[in-house]
Design a protein. Structure first.
Length: 150
């Protein structure tokens, strides 16, 4: 007796990375293999932010959203930490999987990357949040890499 079945490919979906801020929210996107994060865009914080983030996740076929969790260098939680948790809860209410990821020093590292690339101050201000989101997402991707199948 033979069995007839459907073979489902191991298709991994992209991941959206979010660097929450009071004024701007940086957004990054992984490639389909979840190996490389790329800066995507900056979203204005406020009432329209969550619908835009959810729309970006759906548009790019993301099944997971990684939200940067800001903490003090000591590791203690701050008002920004509470705001990031609230943003994550709002995104999760849409049905998307949400993971929080430590984002300490991501903005400072983004600034260093942009300075090293020769960006002027105005350019750095426009790009910093989405580059920080890419750094946060890349850290998450690196920590969640699955071994290659033989």
């Amino acid at each position: 007796m033979s069995q007839v079945g459907v073979v489902v490919a191991d298709r991994r979906q992209r991941v959206l990375g979010v660097d929450p801020g009071e004024v701007r929210i940086g957004v990054a996107l992984s490639d389909p293999s979840r190996t490389v994060a790329t800066a995507l865009e900056t979203v204005a914080a406020g009432a329209g932010a969550v619908p835009r983030l959810v729309a970006l996740a759906v548009e790019h076929g993301c099944d997971t959203v990684v939200v940067g969790l800001p903490r003090a260098l000591s590791g203690r939680e701050t008002a920004s930490t509470a705001a990031a948790r609230a943003l994550a809860d709002q995104i999760a209410a849409s049905g998307l999987a949400v993971e929080l990821w430590d984002e300490r020093l991501s903005s400072a590292e983004a600034e260093r990357v942009l300075l090293a690339s020769g960006r002027r101050r105005a350019q750095r201000r426009q790009e910093r949040d989405r580059v920080a989101a890419a750094l946060i997402l890349q850290g998450w991707l690196d920590a969640h890499q699955q071994p290659e199948k033989a």
